[in-house]
Every structure is written in C-alpha cells, then in structure tokens.
Design a protein around this ligand. Structure first.
Ligand SMILES: Nc1ncnc2c1ncn2[C@@H]1O[C@H](COP(=O)(O)OP(=O)(O)OP(=O)(O)O)[C@@H](O)[C@H]1O
Ligand SMILES: [Mg+2]
Length: 226
C-alpha cells in the first residue's frame, strides 16, 4: 500500500436503512481521510451512525451512495471475493457485539481468523498480547462460558492475529473495567507505534479517545473534526 496516500478514504458516504415504515438516514454525507499509521478515534452519541460507518468501511455492507477506498482500491469496484480477501488479510475487526463463533473455543475463534488469512503460525509477540489481555487461561472455553469482557478481549485478540494493516474497532473497551480498558488501549498504542498499524476506534469514552492521535465526532450521520 502506498504510504503517501490515505489508507482509508471516504467520499460522500450515505446510508439509508429501509427496514421499517420510515427510512432511517444513518449516514448523510461522510467524508474522511485516514493517513497510514494514524490512530483515529470516532466518538458520537448513540444512533449517530458510528457502527454503520464501521460496517461500510470494512466492506461488510454497501453504502446507499458514496465511495470508500481502502489502500487506494474502491470497494465498489471490487468483486465480493476480492472484498472478502481484503477483509481477511488487511483488516482486523472488533465488533461491538464481539461476533465470536459460539461453537468454537476462544482459541479456535482466534485460530480460524489466522488460517482464513493464510497465516500458518501465530505472529511473534502474540503470546504476550494474550497475556496482556489476560485471557490466556480462558482460551479453551466457548464464548458462552466467558464473561462479556472476556469475550471482548478474545475478539480483540482475533482481530490482531493476522497483523492487519488496518484495525477497525467498534467500542473495543465498551465492556471492560478500567484496568482491562487500559491494557487494551496500551496494546493498540504499542501496535500503532511499533508496526504502523492504522487504527480506527469507535468509542463513547473520552478517556479512550485521548489515546488516539486525532478524534472526529459523528453527529446525525455526519463527521465533524474536533
Ligand atoms: N440494520 C439496520 N436496520 C435499520 N436501521 C438501522 C440498522 N442499523 C442501524 N440502524 C439505525 O441507523 C442509525 C445509526 O445506527 P448505528 O448502529 O450506526 O449507530 P451508533 O452510532 O453505532 O450507535 P451506538 O453508539 O448505540 O452503537 C440508528 O438510528 C439505528 O437505529
Ligand atoms: Mg454502534
């Protein structure tokens, strides 16, 4: 990926959900550029469109209008299988609701993300990340035997195992106590500094946003610099 161009570029993004009687305009013209290696926080009230933006940036849902370029590639111009490959190899996702596979242990949830990315071995230093996340003793459990905060930390480990160029994290500390939140934010900062990983982190928590290089705010489906 070219280092001088934005690794994430968004132009005129709009999303309208048509599921109920009344259409919901979740995104109303979002523009954003994230340079490679930036740690960006996205804050904003509940319902302002943060998770909608997260799903569209990762190619998990199509916009109603507008474009997203990841590493210079326009998601709209890629085939579904090209978008899947991009997701598996270049992007790590931490979902707001974790999305762990219920029938697999924590360890296998992490391993499957790695093997889908075509990586044979855990990356160097991954054991340390697991330790720092405090989940190394919980790896043989299935998600239903884990607390919400433990599931969240497994989801973070899963997102990091393929050493993605871009980490998209939707409220990664949303269910964590102060000590675990700090551990997670420390890991993200360290990876950002040491590997140049680009991070887009959605958060309600101003203390978490303070770890980022820059913060933007979502209000009623639009982004504002703050
Ligand atoms: N699948 C969907 N179908 C219909 N409406 C949706 C859907 N997903 C989100 N919305 C609506 O779009 C708007 C934005 O939702 P979104 O989940 O993006 O907000 P958010 O900023 O992530 O909120 P939170 O902080 O509570 O997670 C809300 O009004 C929501 O009800
Ligand atoms: Mg959300």
């Amino acid at each position: 990926m070219n280092s001088s161009n934005p690794i994430i570029r968004v132009r005129g993004l709009q999303k309208t959900y048509q599921t109920g009687d009344v259409p919901v305009q979740a995104l109303r013209g979002v523009d954003l550029e994230v340079p490679p290696g930036e740690f960006l926080a996205v804050i904003g009230p509940s319902g302002s469109g943060k998770s909608t933006l997260f799903h569209i940036l990762g190619g998990l849902a199509p916009p109603t209008d507008g474009d997203v370029w990841i590493g210079g590639q326009n998601l709209r111009q890629m085939s579904e299988s090209e978008r899947t490959e991009l997701r598996q190899k270049e992007i790590g996702f931490v979902f707001q609701k974790y999305n762990l596979l219920p029938t697999l242990t924590a360890k296998d949830n992490i391993a499957i993300a790695r093997s889908l990315a075509g990586i044979q071995e855990e990356p160097p230093g991954f054991e340390k990340i697991l330790q720092h996340l405090g989940i190394q003793n919980r790896l043989n459990h299935r998600p239903r035997a884990l607390s919400g905060g433990e599931q969240q930390r497994v989801a973070i480990a899963r997102a990091l195992v393929n050493q993605p160029a871009i980490l998209l994290a939707d409220e990664p500390t949303g269910n964590l106590d102060t000590a675990n939140s700090e551990a997670v934010l420390d890991i993200l900062c360290q990876l950002n500094k040491s590997t140049g990983q680009t991070i887009l982190m959605i958060t309600h928590n101003p203390e978490a946003a303070a770890f980022a290089d820059r913060t933007v705010a979502m209000r009623d489906g639009k982004l504002q610099n703050i």
